[in-house]
Design a protein around this ligand. Sequence first.
Ligand code: ZN
Length: 101
Amino acid sequence: MPLDRTVQNKPMQSEKLAHSAVIGALYGAMPDILEPPTNRFHRKFFHSFTTLGAFILILRRVEQRQDYSAGFKAMIRSSLLAYMTHLLLDSRTPMGLPLIF
Ligand SMILES: [Zn+2]
């Protein structure tokens, strides 16, 4: 007997939500994990507009790929957007972001 579709999807949706939360937390903090904020000038390559631009290009390429599964694309998208959000928020601080490093 088939289950009601909403009941069938609930565990899957909460699992996806948990994965997205973990990916967002990990990759949102990744720039400061790679370049810990130990002083005012800690922002180098991994906190740069160059990295931000590269991630935009990678995101475009991944979205265009037909051979990647929807789940893989969602994982890459979540990771890059979380990382990029960190950079965009840092860019709005008085120290901003370096162009390259
Ligand atoms: Zn940062």
